[in-house]
Design a protein around this ligand. Structure first.
Ligand code: ZN
Length: 440
């Protein structure tokens, strides 16, 4: 692998010292950062030098919950009357769309979404996949897209009983084993499940046993809507978190998504088991649902991350939605600005560092070389007191000029030079038309 030197950057290191470096350099060798700071001119040479021209340089972003397969939903209107609630939204749109995907669609939907992610400065994506018509081997198709774009990914398959009992258990087991045996750390795996309401007792026990045998964390939606709470209470006579805890699902590598309708006691259970909660505010709002009460989770000591839940691949906009929602919900103009920023920048990388062996998320020696250059030159002071303002009011609307993932330049002056974008987009347009025609 080759070496790379970024010069003349406004560095936001997000490291232990939270340094901001004017006219800073980042030296990369292979897939690791070797040196960061005010490197003397001529003190090191590299195979390629990128002059940041005073632009803002920071670590690559992490998406803590995505559904890459949702790509071809863009502009699609399901047949029949509009969904009146969350259950109808699942049945009329998402469960028809994912069932219409063929193996090649899985690859192209992931490819296009990951190209968008790279252009939005995201270098690691934690994905939750479903394609019931081609579940076996589907995670290999998603992985192929990650490797073609060059990003890091943590994958799982969404087990549920909605089509057949325990569908997807074997795919999770196979892929977790594959990642364990892989020679590199680009891909990681969790054991995926849809939600308590679509998991019968036997399937949940099988999932929990398989995850335990493989020493894998789980990735599951929790109380996104009240229907999940109600079905679990009526069918199982338990709360969702009690049900999951009874089979050993919670833990430091387990991601619970949404958690919108949990009791304080269930938040305490998440905290006591060091489990992860990932909020997806734009997705909740788009579905006409309550948004995860992130400040309550933080008060209960829960590690909170943020994801996009398939609505886009743009992370900074989720942090914006997160703090804006808290302010309007609580009628308080002082809430959640720092919390949303820290969740995006600190918590998401800490979540990743539980799932991957390679450390990432700071500009520091020894870190994975995931580095982004925003097309953004600060025009007001840039320091620890002002950075979140630049993040949420400036960087959220700026273009990414360069994305370096695992030491490779994957976005170069806004383009993805290693991919034939025109051909990919043409192929995706064909696939989308065919998928939509299959949905009735
Ligand atoms: Zn989701």
């Amino acid at each position: 692998m080759s070496s790379l030197l970024i010069t003349n950057g406004r560095l936001v290191t997000l490291d232990a010292d939270d340094r901001f470096v004017e006219n800073g350099c980042v030296y990369i060798d292979g897939n690791r950062i070797v040196d960061v700071g005010e490197i003397a001119p001529g003190s090191c040479s590299a195979d390629r030098t990128i002059d940041a021209g005073g632009r803002l340089v920071m670590p690559g972003l992490v998406n803590a919950h995505h559904h890459l397969y949702s790509t071809f939903a863009r502009g699609f209107t399901p047949p029949g009357p509009p969904a009146r609630n969350f259950e109808e939204n699942l049945k009329n749109l998402w469960w028809k769309l994912d069932s219409a995907l063929e193996s090649e669609d899985v690859y192209y939907s992931a490819l296009l979404a990951l190209m968008d992610a790279a252009r939005a400065g995201c270098t690691t994506v934690i994905d939750h996949h479903a394609s019931p018509s081609c579940s076996d081997g589907s995670l290999d198709q998603v992985e192929r897209a990650f490797r073609d774009v060059g990003l890091s990914g943590c994958l799982c398959y969404e087990v549920s009983d909605r089509n057949r009992d325990g569908e997807g258990i074997e795919e999770n087991e196979r892929y977790i084993r594959k990642c364990r045996e892989s020679a590199d750390d680009q891909m990681a795996a969790l054991f995926g499940m849809h939600a308590s309401m679509t998991l019968g007792a036997k399937t949940l026990e099988r999932c929990a046993a398989a995850a335990s045998d493989l020493d894998a964390g789980c990735h599951v939606h929790v109380a996104e809507d009240l229907i999940d709470v109600r079905v679990t209470a009526e069918r199982d006579g338990q709360s969702i978190m009690d049900r999951f805890a009874s089979v050993g699902i919670p833990g430091p590598k387990t991601i619970f998504v949404h958690g919108t309708h949990l009791e304080a006691r269930e938040m305490d259970l998440m905290h006591s088991t060091d489990s992860i909660l990932v909020s997806n505010p734009e997705s909740n709002m788009n579905n006409g649902l309550r948004v995860s009460p992130i400040l309550e989770f933080l008060r209960h000591g829960v590690t909170v991350g943020v994801g996009t839940d398939g609505i886009s691949s743009h992370l900074i906009s989720q942090a914006r939605a997160m703090y804006l929602h808290q302010r309007t919900d609580h009628r308080d103009p002082a809430l959640a600005f720092a919390e949303a920023s820290k969740i995006l920048l600190h918590n998401n990388r800490n979540i990743c560092n539980r799932l991957f062996a390679e450390p990432r998320g700071t500009l520091a020696p020894g870190q994975l070389a995931d580095v982004i250059i925003h097309d953004y030159i600060p025009f007001t002071p840039l320091n620890a007191n002002t950075f979140y303002g630049h993040l949420l009011f400036g960087l959220s609307f700026s273009r990414i000029r360069t994305t370096i993932a695992r030491g490779h330049v994957v976005v170069d002056d806004g383009a993805l030079p290693q991919l034939d974008e025109e051909a990919i987009r043409a192929r995706c347009a064909e696939r989308a038309t065919a998928i939509w025609a299959r949905i009735h």
